[in-house]
Design a binder for this molecule. Sequence first.
Ligand SMILES: [Ca+2]
Ligand SMILES: [Ca+2]
Ligand SMILES: [Ca+2]
Length: 569
Amino acid sequence: MLRRLPLLCLALLSACSDATKEQPGNAADGSAADTSSDGSAAASGDTSTDGSGSGEGSAEAPQLPPPGPLTFGARGSLTGAAGRGSFAFGAATAATQIEDQNPATDWFTWTAPEGSGGLGKGTFVGDAVRGYSKANDDIALLQQMQLDDYRFSMEWARIEPARDTISEEALVHYDQLLDGLLAANIRPNVTVFHFSQPTWAHDPRDAGCTNGPSDTNLCGWSSPDASELIAELAEHAALLAQRYGGKVDNWATLNEPFNYILASYGFGVFPPGQSFLLSDWTRLVATYRNFAAAHVAIYNAIKANDTIDADGDGIAASVGLTLSVIAWQPARNNQPSTDPADIAAAARMDYAYNIFFAKAVYEGGFDSDLDGTFDEQLPEWQGKLDWLGLQYYFSGGVTARTQAIRQLGLTPCYPPIDFGSCIRPEDNTHWVPEMRYAFWEPGLYDLLVAASRRWPNLPLLVSESGLATHEGQRRAEHVTRSLEQIHRAITDGADVRGYYHWSLTDNFEWAEGFGPRFGLYTVDYTTYARTPTAGATTLGEIAAARTVTEAQRALMGGLGPMTPEPPLP
Ligand SMILES: [Ca+2]
Ligand SMILES: [Ca+2]
Ligand SMILES: [Ca+2]
């Protein structure tokens, strides 16, 4: 990772297009032209994963699989030796982002109008995309695409709207959802905690928790003593494991823990709206430690309570977590940088963002100063990860020239934070305007290979990957190109067992509201009807054949310009 954007084909833009026209078998980015022009035809596996920037100043290695169809394995076990070589095509969602009327969540309170007891932050989540009442319709969408897996979350606040009060109605709903999926031969992958919690876990109306912990406000993950909250979440996970263990084997504990704590307690853009990133670094790090302890508690609760092997592969419960990963690259003055200080800064950011949290709960310790070495050995945390989900959306710049995060000695591009770290891609079709970041295909390969080399015995899953776009053909290209990079990573030895597109439908994109559209199926917000995009058609064809064909690669694959994003509505 940490390489510059691939510019070769952009320079050869007209040649790329011509090659595509004349030779439909060629990848649309003209990789054949790349290899013939530079003569190196180097093995794809030489892509730098250590930030050494081997590509600088030399010919780019082909960052694509060789021409031809790309075939993927059949669905198999997510963990265990027997599942190696298997592959599952899927789609992912999260409860708060899709479900109608979730009034006990912190997000409902956070976004509800002030006149109705809420805080009026951002866009009111309201009915989201009515994914609760339309759950059966959405199962049919998964079936239409012939997908293997569906990743979704069960809403803690719906199941336990008040502390220790369980909603049987909510439990029955998720029973029926699981029954519907299994009847359609779709394997569930259930996330316990996906960016939302009951207001009683941490009430955003009293984020400072003025009167200390109570049954209506446990003071959240930033509390000096989060042990009660951790115990409550573990109790919830145990309930899910007992109730659904006969239908579910694949579980995720926490979604994007690094990102979530940063947004909720670092920047304050998610509830409860605390922002310790610049004001109280020590407390932010302690919040991460609490959340890592929560992962371990959920892991243990599921392992103890899901003892039923639902699918007959001999494994009752495979428990992982899903990690947001970014392809960080060195930057200076809003340009790619070869300055050693920026390269080192990008490596530090890579560690903090892509490694630090998973390392804690897999290797068993806590690195409180984020320097790469544990400051606290925690053997009881060791091995608490059966699989690791990577969630890739974009590449981002990091500069050492400014140091917005003093403790890491760097500024990452985290719009609107810039200070010279943000880099616009030279090919504007890779810019994702609504999210203000750049999609870069080989970043996914680099991150998968880096994780597989760091933890060779940990099965990987692309548990999210997607694109905010109003143009279905761009989504189809994103699917095709992501699968090219995943195939390349598998060929180079990464144990990647699936790809879940984010997302099944358009949905509530947290602080971004309903503007960005990530759905394979687009949602009409007047009728809530779901309409397939070209992304759904393409993913369905690929999943049915378990192959990305040469024709699909020629039309949609590669690294070259994508179909442009239309002007925003
Ligand atoms: Ca099970
Ligand atoms: Ca099983
Ligand atoms: Ca350390």
